[in-house]
Design a protein around this ligand. Structure first.
Ligand code: SAH
Length: 218
């Protein structure tokens, strides 16, 4: 098991040098963690040699693990501090979750599909990540028991920003979320400061659908 985790060191460095730095990922802590976390263990063995390519890959249940650059871009936009508690909606295979967990105090992650939730938990165990709390649920309503969250990240795209998530964002706090139609979305940074909400569009993106009571209906 250990040997498998250690594989692809060169591919990981190349990913950072060729895909992240040239496109403007400048936060050294984000670059360091992306160069460390073994992305290949999050996907099926047959796809492992492609794990560090410049594209999204299928996981299961028709979902995808985001392109490395998008993971880095969203993480950088969150401006994480060591004492942040982060709510993540859309655990998927858990790759983004682990990247976050390395940079903050605690990650609360919600996934609506049980097979992916189970897969992600196995990955957290393999890597010995103990600051991740997870559940199967509709994440568009947030996670009321643990609010407020100093950071929120949504890794699936809905038609609008769920009100529950804005309500559960701490002040000050930052949320990063793709919003738009089914095919193309704006990646939006939502900053809450002194009771005010400011939205900034970061980039055009293409995510799988956020399905739930404050997302798409199916
Ligand atoms: N960050 C993930 C991306 C997975 S794709 C990764 O790195 O693998 C987005 C995920 O969001 C899918 O697994 C999908 O099932 C999940 N999702 C969609 N709508 C959701 C909702 N309302 N609540 C929780 N998860 C949701």
């Amino acid at each position: 098991m250990k040997n498998k985790i250690l594989k692809y060191e060169k591919s990981r460095q190349r990913m950072v040098q060729e895909q992240l730095i040239p496109r403007g990922i400048a936060d050294q802590r984000v670059l360091d963690v992306m160069s460390r976390v073994p992305r290949h263990i999050f996907i099926e063995d047959a796809l492992a040699p492609q794990a560090y390519g410049d594209f999204a890959l299928p996981i299961s249940e028709g979902q995808t693990i985001s392109q490395p650059y998008i993971v880095a871009l969203m993480t950088q936009a969150l401006k994480l501090n060591e004492d942040d508690n982060v709510l993540e909606i859309g655990t998927g295979c858990g790759y983004q979750t682990v990247i976050l967990a390395e940079l903050c105090r605690k990650v609360y992650t919600v996934e609506r599909l049980k097979p992916l939730h189970i897969q992600a938990r196995k990955n957290f165990d393999k890597l010995g990540c103990f600051n991740i709390i997870y559940k199967i649920d509709d994440g568009t309503v947030g996670w009321p028991e643990y609010q407020p969250f100093t950071r929120i990240i949504v890794t699936a795209a809905g038609p609008r920003i769920p009100e529950a998530l804005v309500a559960q964002l701490a002040d000050p706090g930052i949320m990063v979320i793709p919003v738009g139609d089914r095919n193309v979305q704006d990646l939006v940074a939502v900053e809450k400061t002194a009771g005010r909400i400011e939205e900034t569009v970061i980039e055009k993106v293409r995510f799988v659908s956020l399905i739930g009571s404050q997302g798409w209906s199916g």
